[in-house]
Design a protein around this ligand. Structure first.
Ligand code: SF4
Ligand code: SF4
Length: 348
């Protein structure tokens, strides 16, 4: 495996700071703000109307350092959720009617309490989603994860930039494509994606450049055809997501001199239907230190919840999270452009 690049944090890069990221976004000249666009669509203030999903970022440690990572995750990150904080998440679940626990990272499987936690959530009858980077399944400690996932009926949502090697390795690093394909085969071998076992395998793809993703429906047919033709791989569905202009993707936009144009493109493509369905309206996001945020992107920008809402999972009463105002900023245009974008793919 080739050596990974240092994260922004390890480089001491200015964009490792959430304040600097927000300043850079604010410095771009835009025709309107996110609040104005929502207001014109009759959606302001944007609020949370439900609490269906508890998304937990169990740590920023990752075995990769992908070019577009909005977490600035990598092997040099040491933020990992403790057992005590995971226990607070379980206690929250016991008090709530949340149906789905969505585990993300970094590579969530690198949290030392990962398997214990998945089993605890399943014992409570809740659905578990694991956001998997695939290559983690090809590491020593991860090779039996497909069987573990199948045993616990975990929905696996895995990221793969492209079904071709060049585009994937350009964004994720040399050799990532080959190991990702091997991991998909291992998931297929235990029944994932076969359409009969009920073991759901989704693939998430994001554009490799400064453009919006094409329509999810047309891309899914192409991906299914090509992955089966090239490698005999099957999967249930494809999610297309828009790259969020924060962290390492923001750095890439600046380096490639695409930041202004990309933000303009997001603003121009504002879609009120997508805005009405943004994922923060029905979920809550927990950071490795237990702080609460409207979504994983807001978490990376350390925005927290609106005043009056609980600040951490330790003191959160589920009912107080419904009806809260969403803390929105310019990056939110990334969720509402074109067909819209969320952890579950296109919105419109
Ligand atoms: S995009 Fe995913 S796999 Fe890549 S560095 Fe970030 S968390 Fe890790
Ligand atoms: S970035 Fe987060 S807070 Fe903003 S619209 Fe998207 S999901 Fe909601």
């Amino acid at each position: 495996m080739p050596p990974s690049l240092p994260t922004l944090k390890a480089q001491g890069h200015a964009l490792a700071s959430p304040e600097r990221q927000l300043e850079r976004l604010d410095a771009v000249e835009l025709p309107r703000e996110f609040a104005d666009a929502c207001e014109a669509a009759g959606l302001w203030p944007l609020d949370a109307h439900a609490l269906d999903v508890l998304q937990i970022n169990v740590g920023r440690l990752c075995n990769q350092t992908c070019r577009h990572c909005h977490v600035d995750a990598g092997p040099d990150r040491d933020e990992v959720m403790s057992r005590e904080t995971l226990e607070a998440c379980l206690s929250f679940l016991d008090r709530s009617e949340v149906r789905t626990v969505d585990l993300t990272g970094g590579a969530p499987e690198l949290n030392p309490h990962f398997r214990w936690f998945v089993e605890e959530v399943r014992a409570r009858g809740r659905h578990v989603i694991d956001r998997c980077n695939l290559t983690i399944l090809e590491t020593g400690a991860g090779r039996d994860l497909p069987e573990f996932f199948a045993r616990n009926r975990v929905e696996v949502v895995c990221s793969l930039p492209h079904y071709r090697e060049l585009s994937t390795d350009r964004q994720r690093g040399r050799g990532v494509y080959e190991r990702s394909i091997a991991a998909l085969r291992a998931l297929n071998a235990v029944g994932y994606g076969d359409g009969e076992s009920g073991l759901k395998l989704r693939i998430v793809t994001n554009p490799v450049g400064a453009f919006l993703p094409p329509s999810q429906g047309s891309l899914e047919a192409e991906w299914k055809r090509e992955l089966e033709r090239l490698h005999g791989i099957v999967f249930d569905s494809l999610f297309t997501i828009t790259n969020m202009p924060i962290a390492r993707y923001l750095e890439w936009l600046e380096l490639s001199e695409n930041l202004d144009d990309y933000l303009q493109r997001l603003v121009e493509a504002f879609n009120p239907v997508a805005a009405a369905g943004v994922m923060c309206r029905s979920m809550i996001s927990v950071a490795h230190d237990g702080t609460l945020h409207d979504c994983d992107f807001n978490q990376m920008l350390e925005l927290g919840l609106a005043p009056g809402a609980p600040a951490t999972i330790f003191d959160a009463e589920p009912a107080r999270l419904i009806g809260r105002a969403i803390v929105a900023h310019r990056h939110c245009f990334g969720c509402t452009a074109g067909g819209g974008s969320s952890c579950g793919g296109q919105l419109d």
